[in-house]
Write a new protein. Sequence first.
Length: 166
Amino acid sequence: MRKSIRKYKPEAVPDAKLDRILEATRGAPSGKNGQPWRFIVVRNKTLKEKLVPACRNQSYVAEAPVVIVGCAVEEESYQKQGGYMKSWPLDLAIAFTHLILAATAEGLATCWIGAFDESEVKKALDIPDKFRVVGLTPLGYPAENPPHKNRKQISEIVSYDKAPAK
Ligand SMILES: Cc1cc2nc3c(=O)[nH]c(=O)nc-3n(C[C@H](O)[C@H](O)[C@H](O)COP(=O)(O)O)c2cc1C
């Protein structure tokens, strides 16, 4: 089962694995099939190290052989999701989930990084203004095997034929 990994082996990610992961990511659904996503595959050591301070000094970001940065083009997304919102954060989250699950199936590890400063990530990778940075993940072979984190019970999160009690 997938879990977040925060220690990585230096071993490279084989290109064939990376290609299959990106292919699974490409197949994600999106609002009106807008596919407003772009993925920056960062393998250069200097660039990876520049990302660490941009990610609140989470040093394992640079430990993995690959970091993937998920970006969105707002205007390519569905503009009236639910009648009130733009779909790009959802589209990116779904695509990133495909990426993370495909990586797990390949025996690779990831950790969704949401604690980052968008302007610092943009500066580190020279990303133009028109893109929004939605999330990052290191990608590599795990060098730790932490226990699974606990989850709420099904009875706490699912209700049948009625609204949640709380
Ligand atoms: C939107 C989002 C942002 C997250 N940001 C971070 C982060 O910046 N650093 C980190 O170490 N983990 C981050 N995580 C991982 C969560 O802490 C982790 O998924 C959660 O504790 C459950 O653990 P598990 O993924 O091992 O099941 C993030 C997860 C999500 C979905």
